[in-house]
Write a protein that binds this ligand. Structure first.
Ligand code: TLP
Length: 345
């Protein structure tokens, strides 16, 4: 049987044998009572990695962002965010529906950043007629911008603009360690001027589940209440946190290999002709289909055991990760080469 090369997302990684053993052996308590030692240890490490004083373990990146928005704002406030951001595009409007905030979108540049002048122009002071803008949300790496790693300089100037108008700053750092690896800088430095940062354990780090939200102790104690309200209080969560600790110890250092594989994949796709891929900075390849129909290509990929997702009317996304080796990239490219001619263009 053809081996499936699953490039739909870095969320598809399966926990390794070592990770499963660490989970099975985890010491646990009841995290809602605050006495699960493994969760406490994961939160301590996450705080250290992000350069913040406290951290909170959550089931998903979506909940981490929602809890961050809820904890920084009051219902009726406006949050400013990029029009291509995950919070705006892919979180079912939770910021509006569940946090009661209004979204003010700013145009994302292709490099994933925003214009600090647009932040200054858009930030509103509450008055008899207008809501007040109280939060700016940033994203790094930027998913829809092809995994762009946003520089510290760009992040800092956006945070400075937001702070000058009294807004807090939340960084959706679902893949912040990919950004850190690509830029050769620590995640803590990237998030230094953001008031909170979240990151996912279940993407490039290879855990089955889990995200962490980091910030000041005061912010995290508000976030803990909001997590509980949303049903995200977990009990013997140390079993999941153990996977996170294992991933921080073993899988954080290898992300550059995924970036190298993404570059090889993009280079190979470009040479084949029907695709116009980005030049990936991290582990996300977005490729415009310039000959043939996207759905025909995706169906042909699937028949040949290559899984990718649609990312626009004529655009596909392919993501490299822990369970995809260099040899799989070569294999995927040779399978795609064999399809040329079979897919109508
Ligand atoms: N992104 C998923 C899909 O939802 C698109 C993916 O496959 O990339 N922030 C960013 C920047 C993300 O890319 C994601 C997941 C999240 C937050 C949400 O994380 P989860 O899936 O844990 O809720």
């Amino acid at each position: 049987m053809t081996r499936v090369i699953d490039l739909r997302s870095d969320t598809v990684t399966r926990p390794s044998e070592g990770m499963r053993q660490a989970m099975a052996a985890a010491e646990v308590g009841d995290d809602v009572f605050g006495d699960d030692p493994t969760v406490i240890e994961l939160e301590r490490r996450a705080a250290g990695l992000s350069g913040k004083a406290a951290a909170l373990f959550l089931p998903s990146g979506t909940m981490a962002n929602l809890v961050a928005v809820m904890s920084h704002t009051r219902p009726g406030d406006e949050i400013l965010l990029g029009d291509q951001s995950h919070i705006f595009q892919y979180e079912l409007g939770g910021a509006a529906r569940l946090a009661g905030t209004m979204t003010g979108t700013l145009t994302n540049f292709d490099d994933g950043s925003l214009d600090p002048d647009q932040v200054l122009a858009a930030a509103r002071t509450e008055n008899l007629h207008s809501p007040g803008s109280t939060l700016l949300c940033l994203e790094n790496t930027h998913n829809r911008c092809g995994g762009a790693a946003v520089s510290k300089k760009a992040t800092d100037s956006l945070a400075e603009a937001a702070h000058s108008r009294g807004l807090s700053v939340h960084l959706d750092g679902a893949r912040i360690f990919n950004a850190a690896a690509a830029l050769g800088i620590s995640a803590a430095a990237l998030a230094e001027n953001c008031d909170s940062v979240s990151f996912c354990l279940s993407k490039g780090l290879g855990c089955p589940v889990g995200s962490v939200l980091c910030g000041s102790p005061e912010f995290i104690s508000i976030a803990r209440r909001n997590r509980k309200m949303l049903g995200g209080g977990m009990r013997q969560a140390g079993i999941l946190a153990a996977a996170g600790i294992y991933a921080i110890d073993r899988n954080l250092q290898r992300l550059a290999a995924d970036h190298e594989n993404a570059r090889l994949l993009a280079d190979g796709l470009r040479e084949l002709g029907p695709f116009r891929p980005n030049t990936p900075q991290t582990n996300i390849v977005v490729a415009d289909v310039v000959a043939g129909r996207l759905n025909d290509w995706l169906a042909a990929f699937e028949r040949e055991g290559i899984l990718a997702v649609a990312f626009g009317p004529q655009r596909m996304r392919l993501v490299t990760h822990l369970d995809v080796a260099r040899a799989d990239i070569d294999e995927a490219l040779s399978r795609i080469q064999r399809m040329i001619g079979a897919v109508p263009v």
